[in-house]
Design a protein around this ligand. Structure first.
Ligand code: SAM
Ligand code: GLN
Length: 277
């Protein structure tokens, strides 16, 4: 099949499936699955594409048309300059999480020992470890599959200053938690009752364990605050709808003061805790 025909079939299929930016998606998939740039798509448009290659490309188009997030189809996502391999065992790292990491890097670049609790693809841990090369980063997750992928992502990016630990929240981490200065986490925080109203792309394709924060969305934070030792600096991603609930939880927390910060959209999406003076 000629490239021009392949591109046109694909664009139509995506547009009919209600994918808005179908032209852009055609180009993204061509780059990944046909190794062709945007310029190639014009200059080589009369070239024949061999069937196995064309079929692989069309299968990817089909996945996007069926509503699967393009990041899973491409198999990777770029996060603060680091390319992360993705699988359905991990959440697709989000822009607001990049903002969280930027806050941490700006405030903590002379700190040494960090922990990323619920590392998923390894996004936060890899970004911290690579942008603060003198750091030691502990990356934990309750999911074995996620942890294996996070470890692979660190290796692929030549990052060697991360230690990976399978663990549930911060319970039982006492031995190394002692040395950790900065705790960072983007935990599951969607209320169980809201799970059904999530975007279909999220609900049908991203792991529930990464999203479902229990009845009030606060299960993870409740347990985290209960086991938080004195004297840490903590950076948490939160839902904009949970500030009241989090203020309630923080009331029982001794030895800490806290603040909320907004993301670039102006929503309170980060909670930062510091030891009281
Ligand atoms: N840190 C990644 C990011 O920002 O893209 C993933 C965040 S995802 C919202 C939450 C992650 O926490 C998932 O990888 C999930 O497996 C993990 N998780 C859920 N419950 C956990 C628990 N109790 N203890 C440790 N990790 C947990
Ligand atoms: N921001 C994600 C979403 O809107 C949720 C991530 C999380 O629960 N930490 O789907």
């Amino acid at each position: 099949m000629r490239l021009q025909q392949l591109a046109e079939i694909s664009r139509k299929k995506l547009a009919e499936a209600g994918i808005d930016n179908s032209r852009f998606v055609v180009l993204l998939l061509a780059k990944e699955f046909l190794s062709l740039s945007g310029a190639d798509m014009i200059l080589k448009n009369t070239e024949e594409i061999e069937s196995p290659l064309a079929n692989r490309y069309l299968a990817a188009v089909e996945r996007v048309a069926s509503g699967e997030p393009i990041d899973y189809v491409l198999g990777f996502r770029d996060f603060l300059g680091i390319r992360l391999k993705l699988s359905h065992s991990v959440l697709i790292p989000r822009n607001e999480t990049e903002e969280l990491v930027e806050i941490v890097i700006a405030s903590e670049n002379s700190s040494r020992v960090f922990a990323d609790i619920g590392t998923g693809s390894g996004a936060i841990a890899c970004a911290l470890a690579s942008h603060i090369p003198s750091a030691i980063v502990y990356a934990t997750d309750i999911s074995k599959e996620a942890l294996a992928l996070a470890e692979e992502n660190a290796k692929r990016n030549g990052i060697h200053n991360i230690k990976f630990i399978e663990a549930n929240n911060i319970e039982g981490l006492d031995s190394f938690l002692e040395h950790v200065e900065v705790l960072v986490s983007n935990p599951p925080y969607i209320r169980t009752t809201d799970m059904n109203s999530l975007d279909l792309a999220v609900r049908n394709h991203e792991p529930r364990i990464a999203l479902d924060g229990g009845e009030d969305g606060l299960d993870f934070y409740r347990k985290f605050f209960r086991h938080l030792p004195f004297g840490k600096r903590v950076y948490l991603e939160i839902s904009q709808y949970e500030t009241e609930g989090l203020i309630g939880l923080a009331r029982d927390l001794r030895g800490y003061c806290y603040e909320f910060r907004k993301d670039f959209l102006g929503n309170y999406r980060f909670m930062i805790l510091h030891p009281e003076d």
